[in-house]
Design a protein around this ligand. Sequence first.
Ligand code: NDP
Length: 313
Amino acid sequence: MNQIEHVKCLIIGSGPAGYTAAIYASRAGLKPVMYTGLQPGGQLMITNDVENYPGYPEGVMGPKMMEDFRLQAARFGTDIRYTLISEVKLDQTPKWVKTDDGKELTADAIIIATGASAKWLGIESEQRLNGFGVSACAVCDGYFFRQQEVAIVGAGDTAAEEATYLSKLCSKVHMIVRRDEMRASKVMQERVFNTPNIQIYWNSETDEILGDTAVTGVRIKNTQTGEKTEIPITGFFVAIGHKPNTDIFKGQLIMDETGYIHTEGKSTRTNLSGVFACGDAQDHVYRQAVTAAGTGCMAALDAERWLVENKLA
Ligand code: NDP
């Protein structure tokens, strides 16, 4: 008969939130077991230079930073497993999970750090030039395009905020909006309208991002007239939303309509006792590596307290 392994503290996900939770949990003697998911290291594995994470004065490549996180978690004894958790039952004691290769485990406390994925347009040139001028994070990559012309696609709060952010660094920001109005809040829209170096292209979709090895321009198409326009740019930012990787928790944890897990007040507690959520799986506002790491720390501290209170640690 299959022996079901029991762990005290299970961490699902391996971005900055997951690894930071692992560092704190292992140093607290919780012997955490981490399942990394399909993309060990998370979104930073597809980022080039990271220049805004404190402690790296010269900047660091995203994958190198995540390797440092992994080594630090491993140093304190985190059991890191390169598999995906594909099924969970969180409302029972202990909680139950199953990996995609069929292994079953039970856990006292679970820390969810499954992150989010940027939504992409899905055109070939976007994929080919990703990391070579195409980015889904203005705060991460805008600095590389200072004094240059860039484009941003999207019309929600993120796009409005990122367009405004880019306008301070770049000589001009071309904002591509697919309808004749923006979804962003009025105040954010006003900010965009009042920024002289942001030019809005209404009713426009991205036909193709131009460039062989790096972005040199974008061709947009007016959906009303069919007219195509080429705009010379060096950076292309996609800001059409994110999708948290929380599908397997649906129906068990309280989430908003997009799937961001609800946490209580300033804690990482979810609606289920002993289940904690951190990083981009629960944060749709900040979404930075450093804030994810911060909430990963909080989740480990919350889990430790919960285990002690329940006489499980
Ligand atoms: P949203 O889902 O709110 O907006 C996505 C935008 O992208 C929409 O304008 C949508 O257009 C557009 N879009 C979607 N798909 C495509 C496509 N294929 N081609 C072109 N455009 C496309 O996502 P956000 O990331 O902007 O915001 C997510 C949540 O986070 C929101 O609740 C927002 O309020 C919140 N937020 C709050 C901030 C703040 O308060 N400071 C900052 C950032 C986010 P359409 O409108 O036509 O559907």
